[in-house]
Design a protein around this ligand. Structure first.
Ligand code: NAD
Length: 462
């Protein structure tokens, strides 16, 4: 696979001072496919300085000019959509059709949405005798994970650029190649030197140096709760803005009036997609006790269809982690009805599509984010019980409600402590605010709400 042996700094690819490298591995066959620099603290410092130096110029550009650059960025991504899909397939292991339909197409839609928003957004408003200016927050540190590697980059960088911020991106070490491709697209789009910078590197080295850097004004992080907590503490001590997207354990609530077969089939597909490596996945299916056995049977049949269709997990560590959770589910008394901890292939980081029945709310597989193709099916007695279970985790990122009557589903959804709820299989909306209640995070991404994260207000009184 093609890779740059430098970091993208101040408008050019330059060697990293650290001299260290990261091996990029194809999770399907465990072979090294490329090497990229593992930047150190000095490299991060140079990138932050470049972003700082570029800030006054970029912040002062007219929103229409920023919109034009974002529109060009969208076009550059469109021109390379096949390369994007092939790259994500190579470094994440996602099946090519999924990479095309999701990993390439969604970021293109999001980049396009910010080209529109940059042109239309009211960066100035009148409030009584004041004029309120919405100004860029400053230098943004974007730290992203590997599960939707380009989407998570675009969901931070596009609104930051639209707002007039400059950016240093530290992508996940498992998926740096699509981030390099993105940097090329930014370059081709004519974004001025220093406005966007890319440092590939390890989390505890480059990521930590970036999150702690005094030249950064806002840290936007997506990833694990453990790292998010550290980043929030560091940012808090420095009185720095922080945005966190930390995952979930979302409930798929199937009310008795719902179309059970549809709700279960869509629910299983939702969990298995991207091999379960989706922070918003509906990993807990809640079914009324009278329909429970039928739902479990439907889920078992649905999961069996995914046997050869899902890709591997991203790396050996994640595979071991997910297998550990499956073993824990069995040990705590959940009933395995599909899949299991045994890897389905000798080579590659695969895990079988797995369904647990007889899961009770306090079990580990009902509480913790597994991040693999593992569904837990829980039984509820009545609607109040379903609500208690749905709201009974530390997370609150997403969810689903199914009912015969839309108003019934909406009434239930309004009582859920969560940031997004899909009603009867509602489709993903790249303009809807995305983010968590409770420990799923702080702040919102996407659409106008995502843009607002990168703005701060200044009021002038007349
Ligand atoms: P992680 O939190 O370690 O990695 C996410 C990003 O943070 C990567 O770019 C990483 O390099 C960086 N990072 C790691 N340590 C850092 C530090 N000390 N300072 C600054 N940056 C640092 O996540 P992971 O180990 O790749 O995955 C572990 C678990 O996290 C998963 O099993 C899953 O539960 C969760 N996760 C959630 C999401 C999500 O979308 N919310 C994404 C990925 C992982």
């Amino acid at each position: 696979m093609k890779a740059h042996d430098g970091i993208y700094l101040d408008g050019a690819w330059r060697p990293a001072l650290s001299g260290e490298v990261i091996d990029v591995v194809d999770p399907v066959d465990e072979q090294v496919i490329a090497r990229v620099p593992a930047a150190g603290a000095e490299d991060v410092d140079a990138a932050v300085r470049a972003a700082r130096a570029a800030l006054p110029g970029w912040a002062a550009t007219a929103p229409a000019e920023r919109a034009a650059r974002l529109s060009a960025l969208r076009d550059a991504l469109v021109a390379r959509k096949d390369e994007i899909a092939e790259t994500v397939t190579a470094e994440l292991g996602a099946p090519l059709a999924f990479s095309q339909a999701v990993h390439a197409a969604v970021p293109i839609a999001v980049a396009g949405s910010y080209a529109d928003l940059a042109a239309r957004h009211a960066f100035e408003e009148k409030v009584g005798n004041s004029t309120v200016f919405h100004e860029p927050v400053g230098v943004v540190a974007a730290i992203t994970p590997w599960n939707y590697p380009l989407h998570q980059v675009v969901a931070k960088v596009a609104p930051a650029l639209a707002a007039g911020c400059t950016v240093v991106l530290k992508p996940a070490e498992d998926t740096p190649l699509v981030a390099q491709l993105f940097a090329e697209a930014v370059h081709d789009a004519g974004v001025p030197a220093g406005v966007f910078n890319l440092v590939t590197g390890l989390g505890p080295v480059a990521g930590q140096a970036l999150a702690e850097h005094p030249g950064v004004d806002l840290v936007s992080f997506t990833g694990s709760t453990a790292v998010g907590r550290t980043i929030a503490a560091t940012a808090g001590a420095a009185i720095k803005k922080v945005a966190l997207e930390l995952g979930g354990k979302s409930a798929n609530v199937i009310l008795p009036s719902a179309d059970l077969a549809k709700a279960v089939n869509v629910g299983v597909a939702n969990v298995m997609s991207n091999s379960g490596q989706t922070c918003s996945a509906w990993t807990r299916m809640l079914v009324h006790r009278d329909q429970y056995d039928e739902a479990v049977e439907l889920a078992r049949t649905a999961a069996a269809k995914y046997g050869d269709r899902i890709g591997p997990l991203v790396n050996a560590k994640q595979q071991a982690r997910v297998r550990g959770y499956i073993e824990k589910g069995v040990a705590e008394g959940a009933r395995l009805v599909a899949g299991g901890a045994e890897p389905p292939r000798e080579r590659g980081y695969f895990v079988s599509p797995t369904v647990f029945a007889d899961v009770t709310p306090e079990m580990t597989v009902a509480q913790e984010e597994i991040f693999g193709p593992v569904l837990s099916v829980l039984r509820y007695e009545d609607e109040e019980d379903a609500l208690r279970i749905a709201n009974g985790t530390v997370y609150g990122l997403a969810g689903a409600v199914w009912a015969g009557d839309e108003a019934e589903a909406v009434a239930f959804a309004r009582r859920m402590d969560t940031g997004q709820v899909d009603i009867n299989g509602g489709r993903f909306n790249p303009l809807a605010p995305f983010g968590g209640y409770k420990q799923s995070g702080v702040g919102r991404e996407l659409g106008a709400h995502g843009l607002a994260e990168y703005l701060q207000t200044k009021s002038l009184q007349f």
